[in-house]
Design a protein around this ligand. Sequence first.
Ligand code: GDP
Ligand code: K
Ligand code: MG
Length: 299
Amino acid sequence: MNKESYKSGFVSIIGRPNVGKSTFLNRVIGQKIAIMSDKPQTTRNKIQGVFTEDDAQIVFIDTPGIHKPKHKLGDFMVKVAQDSIKDVDATLFMVNANEGFGRGDEFIIEKLQGSRSPVILVINKIDTIHPDQLFDLINKYKDLYQFAEIVPISALQGNNVDRLLKVIKTYLPEGPQYYPANQVTDHPERFIISELIREKVLHLTREEVPHSIAVIIEQIERRPEGNAIYVNATIVVERSSQKGIIIGKQGSMLKEVGKRARLDIENLLDTKVFLELWVKVQKDWRNRMSQLRDLGFRE
Ligand code: GDP
Ligand code: K
Ligand code: MG
């Protein structure tokens, strides 16, 4: 695989209820959608599914929010944060072929006027109409908005879904594979949070702890009480001596890591955060591929 030409981006899917958004995602993501949660999300952006291929990754998200990181992250982190939070690379506006244009659509099109990224009109459920009707529909929608593309599909039967994915890919910029191919996460900030914690460990322990440590985010959960986010993370090291250093005298080092990371995460998520940190020794974890994939590394 040529790393240079890898494309990735965030694509939001909008449309009235029952137009087939979930059916489309299920078809595209397959089994993986099952592990997407309907739990309340920490941010305005909810990842609905991640579609990964050898040359591209499409991260489908719910609604694009505007949320600038308030503190200084590393360059790469800023890029990840901005791509995932501030803006999307394309929007899919899905409509139902057998329902005419409605007020709900009108409202959405109004909102789309401010969109700086391309909007692809997806006319779904074409299996329910006659081709002649489809041409009428396309002409009608063409007058309403400057769509970058209009792609008719049947999410249920799978017609033209591959074509839609190809079209989406043409609008993605070059970028990293944000999520491992076999894992779908419901939190765009998951990776950033783990990096923030890792950064604090490395900063506070200097040369004593190698960069090879990893941070696994075990859990991110919204707690209704106090409107707070609860984060549970494990710092994985290769030697018990490193574990001792990270924990520090009577836990003082881990406490400091936690305090600093928590402040950064609170800034990032703009909400109160409870951070629980654990340290675990796992020899040669780097050689264990399954582990690597769990940790979000790309081969
Ligand atoms: P959402 O609310 O936009 O997520 O819509 P859903 O994916 O839940 O779909 C609503 C209904 O439309 C379900 O009964 C689906 O089976 C049906 N549906 C979705 N896509 C198609 C399609 O391409 N053709 C037909 N005939 N039905 C579809
Ligand atoms: K539905
Ligand atoms: Mg749905």
